[in-house]
Each structure stands twice: as C-alpha cells, then as structure tokens.
Design a protein around this ligand. Structure first.
Ligand code: PEP
Ligand code: MN
Length: 286
C-alpha cells in the first residue's frame, strides 16, 4: 500500500486546526457552515439551467453545479455544451447571486472557466497528473473527487500534488467507489469521509448522487454524510429529470431539494454545525 510520507502538506498534523476554503461572497467550505452545492449533471439549455438555478436559489443553497465539459463513459453520449454551457451556467447563477462549480477536463478550458468559483477535478481525472500539476499553479479553489477505485491514501496523495504545486485551496469529495454491489451505481464510502477528516486538514464533502445513482437514496445518504462529519454536499437536481440528457435517474426534483434542506437542518445542528443558507431564505423562513 502506498504510504503518505511523513511531513506531507496534506496531513492534518501540518495544520491541525483545519483548512477553510474561502469562496467569493464569504462562502466558506470547511468552516462552521455545512455547504450544499446543487444543480444538474450537465448544462443542457438556457431554460433548463435557469429553472435549475431557480430551484437551487429557492432552496437556499449558495452554489450552482452544472457540467459543461463532460467526461462521459461513451463517446456517443451527450458531451456537454462546452464554452456555451459555461456562459449559460454563469449567467443563471449571477442572476440569483449564486456561485458556480463546474468540471475542468483540460487546462485549455481554463480561459472559458473564468468566473467559476470552484473548479471540479472529476473522479476519472483524480490521477491525471498533468492536469493536477497545471491546476496546482492556479490561485483558484479546486474540488478533487475521489477516483472510483482509489484508496484514501491515493486520493490524499493526488491532493498532495495540488498542495505541493502551490495551491492550498482544495476541497475533497467522496462520490462512491466501485464494489460488487449492483443495486446502487457505486457504494458511498462514509468510512473514507471519517478517515479523510482524521488524516487531512482539507475540507471533505460528499456527492450522494453519483454514489447512489438513484434518486430515492439521495436524501438518506446526504443525512448520513452530514452526521458522519462531512463539510457539505454536491448533489444533482434537475427541473425535469425525465428529460435529462445525463444522469436523470439520480437527479432530485426541486421539491426534493427543499425537503433535503429541511431534513438536513437538525442533523447538521446535532453535529455542531450550521446549514449555510442564503440570507433572503433566512428572512423568508422567519
Ligand atoms: C459529475 O459530478 O458530474 C461527475 C462526472 O462526477 P464523477 O467525476 O464523480 O463521476
Ligand atoms: Mn452526473
């Protein structure tokens, strides 16, 4: 088994108090607040991403997700809208005061990704070392997903590439691993979340959508992730999942997202955190 060398930057002992990744608008990942990032798997059209952004804002989540450069298993599947998708995503988010997370597949896409608050390194790129080295040189927050067949040590060593290359603004994301279980798309490895929180000072969030592959498990897994000490969620939501070009069966509907936020609140409080909610939502709730 690959061991993380003593003294590595990723290890908790190098920063026992923990790292807080600060995004624009003082949205902090890894601090007191539990942060929910939500949106469709892929940006598909202006109408779809506008409706998704509306649902995300209405639920009080601060960050809109949506893939524009998509890593698809089959070359015949929808590949994303690319630069046009990024423009639609940023416009929908800006109108509602949301931040944006989206995936970067290749450094050549970076000029198109200006304005994106959090750059996602996808599970299949966790050990794309050329990409890691290029993103390490940026002064921009990154989200590093765990590879579907990567050990926790390998995941943390991939993060070490980013830290050693000069970028300390890294959030980790557990998104399920490949196991013998076939009733779910992947198996959500919550022990990896607890272990990663012990081993590293970096924030750790959970993607229950790619872990489950099915909508009916997403809320339960999200509550479990919060109880296990995750710092937030990355969750797929689509205004009309039946029409989705990608991952529709695992997408929450807007009402499910509101239910998720409602049910998360007491769990997050039970572990001494606060659920990050947009200020206008707090006012509406009062
Ligand atoms: C995604 O978040 O849309 C995605 C492709 O996830 P993963 O890299 O975890 O498969
Ligand atoms: Mn997806």
């Amino acid at each position: 088994m690959q061991q993380i060398p003593t003294g590595s930057l990723v290890l908790r002992e190098t920063r026992p108090s923990g790292t807080v990744v600060v995004l624009p608008g003082r949205v902090e990942v890894g601090g007191r607040d539990f942060v929910v990032m939500a949106g469709p798997c892929a940006v598909e059209s202006a109408a779809q991403i506008e409706d998704a952004a509306e649902a995300v804002a209405a639920a009080g989540c601060p960050i809109l997700r949506g893939g524009a450069f998509k890593p698809r298993t089959s070359p015949y599947s929808f590949q994303g809208l690319g630069e046009q998708g990024v423009r639609l995503l940023l416009a929908a988010a800006r109108r509602r005061g949301l931040l944006v997370i989206t995936e970067v597949l290749d450094p050549s896409e970076l000029p198109a990704l200006e304005g994106v608050a959090l750059l996602q390194i996808g599970a299949r790129n966790m050990q794309n070392f050329a990409l890691l080295k290029a993103l390490a040189r940026l002064d921009r927050p990154l989200l590093l997903k765990r590879g579907p067949a990567a050990t926790v040590e390998e995941w943390l060593l991939a993060a070490e590439y980013l830290l050693a290359g000069g970028n300390g603004q890294v959030v980790l994301c557990e998104r399920g691993i490949r196991t013998f279980e076939s009733s779910t798309r992947n198996t959500l490895d919550l022990s990896a979340v607890v272990l990663a929180k012990q081993r590293t000072h970096l924030p750790v969030i959970v993607d229950p959508s790619h872990a489950a592959g099915r909508r009916d498990l997403v809320i339960g897994l999200s509550l479990a992730a919060a109880a296990a000490g995750a710092d937030g969620l990355l969750v797929e939501v689509h205004p009309r999942p039946g029409e989705a070009l990608c991952d529709g069966s695992q997408a929450l509907m807007p009402a499910d997202l509101r239910e998720l936020m409602r049910r998360l609140s007491p769990v997050v409080h039970a572990v001494g955190r606060e659920l990050w909610r947009a200020p206008q939502q707090l006012m509406v709730a009062k």
